[in-house]
Structures are given as C-alpha cells and as structure tokens.
Design a binder for this molecule. Structure first.
Ligand code: CBF
Length: 818
C-alpha cells in the first residue's frame, strides 16, 4: 500500500488495482455487477487505508515532539460527508477523478452515495468539525474526542407538511468506510456504586469509588486530513459496550429481572444523539453519555501521557483539554478523582493540575441551555464525583467570602450548587471556576458573557473571560462546496487563499471590474440552477433562477425567528394580491431546518411555512413573483448545495440570543448578502463588509432589554400596524388551511396571547423595510454584484484557521509541529 500524503506520489494504475481488489475481496462484488454504492464503499476503503497510515505516522511524530497537545472534547462533531473533502485535502481529487473516469465511473456520482454522518445538532457540532479541519491544516497537535452514536441526528421528512422523524443509521449495513476500530485503546468506565475509605500500604487513609457496573469504551478513529500537509489527526469517537449482561450482586440476591436494568440502561449510552439544540433536558441517560465520553477521553489522555514516561505534574504543560460547552464538564471531577484516588496526588496538587489544564467555551446565554444536573442524580450515578464537586465548591465559597465578606447573595449566585428543594449542580459555574480560560464565541456574545452571565466571576478571576470569534473552514465551505467560485478566485489570485484566507481580500480590487462582476454573477446563476435542478428532481417544484434566492437555513428555534420571515412572506403575499401598484423582484424563499422532536411550537412553525408555501406556490395570480420552499432533512450536504446558490442570508435572531452563528459566515463568504440583526457574529460581519454591503435592522441588545423591562406588549404592534394585523389574521382565519380550521393558530397565539417572547412583532416593520431595501438593491445588478464580491472578499476573518490561531496564541499557547 502506497502512502499518498499530498498527491505527489500518486500511482494511477496501482490505485485502480487496489480499488478493484477491495471491491472483490472486501465487498465480494464482481466489477460488472457493482453499483455506484459499491464503488463508493470501495473508494472510501482504499482512501482510508492511506489516511490510516498518515494518522499513525502523525501520532508517532507528535509523540516525539515535546509540544502541548489539544484535546477537543465535544459531545458533537457534525462532520458531514468525508470523501470529497478528504480527496481535496489529500490533493487527490482531480487525480482520482481521472482514474475513475478511465474506469467509466463518475466521481461526482460516487460522492453522492455517502450518507452524512450527522453526529451533531447544529452550529456547535459543525464548529467542532471546522476546528478539527483547521487544527490539522495548520499542523497543530490535537485529538478530537466525541461519541460514536449508533443513530445520528434523526432524519426529517414531511407528511402533509408536518415534521416526521425517523432514525438515522449513518453507518448503513456495511459500516462507514472512513472509520477504524482501535481495540487497543479500550477504556473501562464505571457507574453507580459507592465510595469507600481504606488504608493503603503506608497506612494512609484514602478513598476509592467502587462502581456498581462497569462498561467498556471502544475507540473508533476517523481521519481528519490536513490540507495538503501530510498531517492527519484523529477524531476519536467512543462506543459503549456492556460486557457482563447482569448486575451480579442483584442477580445473586435472586433479582433476576432487576439485575438487568442497569445494564440495559448502560447499553443505550451511545445509541442516539440527543436531538436538542440549545436546550437541556436533565435526563439520566444524557448524563451517562456525558460521563462515559469524559471518562474514556480523560482516561485516554492520561494513558498517552503516562505511556510516554511523562510525569503527572507536567500534564498542563503538555495537554490542554478544551471543553466544548458544558456538555463535557464532568471531565473536571473525573480528572480530579483519577489524580487523587488512583495516582495518590494531594488535593492541592490535583487542583493545580486541573486549573491549568482545562479551558471552556461558552456557546449560549439562553437559560434553558445552561446545563444543571440534580445533585441527587449525580450522587447516585457518580458518588465520588459529587463529593469532589462539593469540595471544589467549598473552596470557591471561601474565595467568594474573601472577596465579598458576608455577601450571601454573591455566594448563592456563584455557588456551583444551586440551593432549593431540589439542589442542582450548575455545570457552567464548575467550568468557569476550574478553567484557566473561558471564551465566548463572538465579540458581542463574549461581552454579554462578562456583563450579564458571569459579571462576578469576571471580578473574581480577572482576565479569565475572553473572546474567540467563531469561524468556518474555507476548504469545505468555499473550495469543496463552490468549485465554480473557487476557480474564478484562483484565476485572479492563485490558490494561496485556500490555506490563508486573508489572501482572498485581493478580490476587492475586482469589485468594480465589470468583467469580474459578470463572472461572479454567472457563477451564482449556475449555482442557483444546480439547486433548482435538484429541487425539481427531488421535490417537483420549479424555481425561477432570475429570482432572488433568499435563504434561511439553521435549526428551527423561536429565537432564530423563522416566523418573522414567514410574516414578511405573508405581507408580500397580501400586498401582491391587494395593492395593484405593489411590485417586487421575483423572490424564492428557501427554508431548511429541523425542530427538536419535543419542541411543539417549532414544529408548528414548520407546518405553517409548509402550508403557506402550498398556497402561495399554487396561486397563479402571483405570476411567479413568490415561491416558498421548505427543504426537508437539513444536513451538511444540503447546506453545501444551498449556500453557493444564495443571494440573501437571513440572520434575524432577536438581538442577544444568537451567540455567534456560523451559517452567516458561510453564506457571506459565498457572496450572499446578509439581512440581519445586530446579533452574534453579524456585528462583526457588518464591521468587515461595511454598511453598504449588508442589511441591518431591528432592535439592538440594549433596546431589547429596555423594551422588556418596560413590559413588552405585542398587541400594541398588532393594533397599530395594519400590514402586520393582516398577516396575523391570515394565520388565524384559516386562509391556508381552509379544510382544517384553527391549524395555524398556535403560531399567531404564540406572538399575541403568549407574549411573543422573542419580540417578533417589535421587529416586523423594520424587517419589512430592510427587505424593501434588498428588493431595490437587487434591481441594480452591477451594484449587487459588487456587494456580493465584497462579501466574499472581506469575510476572511471568519476562517476557522483564524479562530484556531486565536485559540493557539491566546489560550493554548501552542505552535505548529512543522
Ligand atoms: O458556537 C457555535 C454555535 O453554537 C450554538 O449553535 C449552540 O449550540 N450554542 C449557538 O447557538 C450558535 O450561535 C453558535 O454559532
């Protein structure tokens, strides 16, 4: 087997031989009978042999370096399809395409066979995947640690307009060709049981946890291929295996059935990804997932460290553990436990190590997403960890007392334990107290973390709270998903931008160049056509590619305000039918979003959009001015199709609610203009592209707060704005569901009777004005082209390479191994 690190030593004939061999010997398929799926599997297996070797070599190489390593702990890695991306990063895309062509095979068809590994919900998981790409591409030593879910995020379809969920078996019958099982890395993880005291050989009184049940964590490595640099990092995903099928103690006591319960529960640990985005539910199994993930990952980090003959006290110098949100925060008491109980370090020694090893990223201010666990649950499931959390909290309370003597209010606000009838453990507090750095994910968000979420912690630990603005990888989000745009950029600037996105600023010089404007718009039109063809083929809807493609693609959440977008569509519909003078440039509104299965109003919003779409799309009176489509099963590969085709990017969350957003970055890079609020990273996008090249509207964070403090009454807007009233009335008077009265009323009620928690009505009129400005602006195609080019040229700040450099310089203090 030859190693192809960046395409330079590629041997076409040998590759073709290997492909045929794998097809026959591993898949047991004769070439003349092979389906495209068989070729996809064979191709994946051949390529993954190359990357496996690169991965082991990189591992050995990094082990030999005395450099710090990053351990990125995340419950989610929304990696998307790997084959096309890995081919690009290996530098093999064109070569393999040609080799396959000679065999009468089309690489593009083969790539379509890959099922998206949907091991994440949305922004947070996709960010983790972009970060791994950037770490590998910049040759920074790192391991991504996640879970090997049997079922990824559910598949979404629509039945008569309503969301239906079905399981996602992403590995399919024959397994995922890119993963490698690493049995030698197996970890053992305990649950339940009790803590006992004992005297060790030296007569020292110590504690140990005696778990009631032990399970095994099996490692699966996925390769994260650096961009043409010979580096492949592991994304290590843990799968839970329950060895012994019985709780033997209970079994021996005669409780035959009961003896199986804990094992049955444990056997589900890595079955499914919890489908909630920005929302926690406090379920036991979820805590089990979190602990299982952390125990395996921390165990693996220590194993690596000790195997290299390194001392525990050098851990912080050589390993950083980056906690992606609070989901892996239970890693903190786990590391404390291992250091104290298993390695006989004193509390102070262990605490010193932990406080220099962990760093934590906060991704949300939404109260419903800030995780707390019932003290009783932790004490039952992880009794030793609960003791350690109490001890950490004790030290914290002493510190708080020193800072604010006698201030009980401060103690109760900062305490890791939230007092009350049912005491809760606040995971964010535990993370902030322990971590040496805490970052938000966009400038505005990080300011709000300091100002609103943790102002006291900011005083207690000056300079701990900081910002790293998110980013997205230009390899996947420009180069791979938008080959036509990539080639006109490369024609003008060379291909250095793929590695160093700031070079793309060179395009600024061509923003007024009519020829380049033409080329840019031709690419956009072709991408719109590609999407339109796909929509026609899969959904039987014809899209006019001269229309403005207006895109809102993200999770369905009230704070993201897909219903504000819907109200605007209703206003256009109403006006087109009722105002003879009113005219618009044709517009296609494209939605894609999954709603958490238990999130009723989010599902009702999807239903409402689908019902409106059905009526609007079939109303001949509109003359094709308005089309609305809601594409089912939003996923990375669908985003890759939609983003290059977008003219308008909808980023319309209530100010202060979207921590950053990353879709906003991908869309802007691909030449879509943002219509958005002053929220998350929109603020920084505006700074970069300038006011002329973005449509900003709506209440700002302080205005939102002030309005809420005054007492927000959505009826005031309803009563005073006839346009808005007409739109809401359409939802209430069954215009779109004549055969099923009252079906869309929940959406209107949410905005009126239930108080409109995300201030949709307050921003409605400003949003409609901004949409008018979009319409007007699009009519001047040359000026629009200029704005679009400037969006691509001026958004290089949002490369995840820059984010990772910020982490490396300001938090990890890490340099490249090359
Ligand atoms: O930081 C990445 C993303 O994380 C979220 O998706 C999250 O789950 N908390 C936020 O909602 C996004 O704003 C953010 O971009």
């Amino acid at each position: 087997m030859t190693m192809y690190s960046h395409g330079s030593n590629f041997d076409k004939e040998q590759f073709q031989r290997e492909l045929r061999q794998v097809l026959k010997s591993q898949l047991a398929v004769i070439e003349k009978n092979a389906t495209t799926k068989d070729w996809y599997l064979a191709l994946g297996r051949v390529l993954s042999q190359y990357t496996s070797m690169n991965l082991l070599d990189t591992e050995a190489f990094i082990d030999g370096e005395k450099t710090r390593k990053i351990n990125y702990l995340s419950l989610e890695f929304l990696i998307g399809r790997l084959t096309g991306n890995n081919l690009i990063n290996l530098g093999l895309y064109e070569k393999i395409e040609e080799a396959l062509q000679e065999m009468d095979l089309a690489l593009s068809d083969i790539l379509e066979e890959e099922r998206d590994p949907a091991l994440g919900n949305g922004g947070l998981g996709r960010l983790a995947a972009c970060f791994m790409d950037s770490l590998a591409s910049q040759a920074l030593p790192a391991v991504g640690y996640g879970l090997h879910y049997e079922y990824g995020l559910f598949k979404q379809s629509f039945a008569a307009g309503r969301q239906v969920e079905s399981p996602d078996t992403w590995r399919e019958a024959l397994g995922y060709p890119w993963e490698r099982r690493r049995p030698e890395l197996t970890q053992t993880v305990g649950f339940w049981g009790h803590v006992e005291q004992y005297s060790d050989d030296r007569g020292k009184l110590r504690k140990r946890w005696v778990p009631g049940l032990k399970v095994e964590g099996i490692a699966w490595d996925l390769p994260v291929v650096g961009y043409q640099n010979e580096i492949t990092l592991p994304l290590r995903l843990w799968e839970c295996h329950t060895g012994d099928p019985f709780d033997l103690a209970r079994f021996n006591e005669g409780d035959f059935v009961g003896a199986q319960y804990p094992v049955l529960e444990a056997s589900n640990i890595t079955k499914v990804l919890y489908p909630n985005d920005n929302h926690e539910q406090g379920k036991t199994l979820r805590l089990m997932q979190q602990y299982f993930h952390c125990a395996c990952s921390v165990g693996d980090i220590l194993r690596r460290h000790l195997a290299l003959g390194r001392e525990l006290k050098t851990l912080p110098k050589l390993e950083t553990i980056q906690l992606n949100d609070t989901h892996p925060v239970i890693a903190i008491p786990e590391l404390m436990r291992l250091l104290i109980d298993d390695h006989d370090l004193s509390w102070d020694e262990a605490w010193d190590i932990c406080t220099r090893t962990f760093a934590y990223t906060n991704h949300t201010l939404l109260p419903e997403a800030l995780e707390t666990w019932s003290e009783g649950l932790i004490a039952h499931l992880l009794p030793r960890h609960m003791e350690i959390i109490f001890d950490i909290n004790h030290e914290l309370m002493v510190k708080v007392q020193q800072q604010w003597p006698g201030d009980i209010g401060k103690m109760s606000k900062l305490s890791i334990i939230q007092e009350g009838d049912h005491r809760q453990v606040r995971m964010a507090n535990l993370a902030v107290v322990t971590s040496y750095a805490v970052n938000g994910v966009a400038a505005l968000h990080s300011d709000l973390v300091k100002r609103d979420l943790f102002p006291e912690f900011d005083k207690l630990y000056p300079r701990k709270l900081t910002n790293v603005t998110n980013g997205v990888t230009p390899r996947r989000w420009i180069k791979a998903c938008n080959p036509a745009l990539s080639s006109i950029i490369t024609e003008k600037l060379g291909d250095g931008w793929i590695r160093e996105l700031s070079e793309i600023e060179g395009l600024k010089a061509f923003a007024d160049d009519k020829e380049f404007q033409q080329a840019f718009m031709t690419v956009k039109k072709a991408n719109k056509q590609k999407l339109a063809d796909w929509v026609e083929e899969h959904h039987g809807i014809t899209l006019n590619t001269d229309a403005i493609f207006d895109v809102q693609i993200k999770r369905l959440h009230e704070y993201k305000r897909q219903h504000l977008n819907l109200l605007h569509i209703l206003s256009l519909y109403h006006r087109l039918l009722n105002e003879p003078e009113f005219d618009i440039h044709p517009r296609v509104f494209i939605f894609a979003a999954k709603a958490a299965p238990g999130y009723a109003i989010a599902k009702d919003i999807i239903y409402a959009i689908n019902r409106v779409a059905e009526t609007v799309n079939n109303d001949q009176r509109l003359n094709d001015k308005l089309k609305v489509i809601f594409l089912p099963d939003y996923r990375v590969s669908l985003a890759e199709l939609i983003i290059p085709a977008a003219d308008i990017s909808e980023q319309i969350s209530t100010a202060g609610k979207e921590a950053s957003g990353t879709g906003n970055m991908k869309l802007a890079m691909n030449g879509a203009l943002t219509i958005g609020t002053m929220d998350g990273a929109n603020v920084e996008i505006r700074e970069e592209v300038g006011d002329d090249n973005i449509f900003i509207f709506g209440l700002k964070v302080d205005e939102v707060k002030a309005l809420q403090a005054r007492g927000y009454d959505s009826f005031i807007y309803y009563d005073s704005d006839p346009q808005l009233k007409a739109c809401l009335n359409m939802l209430q008077d069954d215009t779109f569901t004549p055969e099923r009265p009252g079906e869309l009323i929940s959406v209107a009620r949410n905005l009126l009777d239930y108080g409109d928690p995300y201030l949709v009505l307050a921003d409605f009129s400003a949003y409609c004005d901004a949409q008018c400005a979009v319409d007007k602006s699009y009519r001047d195609q040359s000026s629009w082209a200029k704005k679009a080019i400037l969006n691509t040229a001026l958004t290089s700040k949002f490369s995840s390479d820059r984010s990772i450099q910020d982490y490396a310089n300001n938090i990890w203090r890490l340099s490249s191994v090359r």
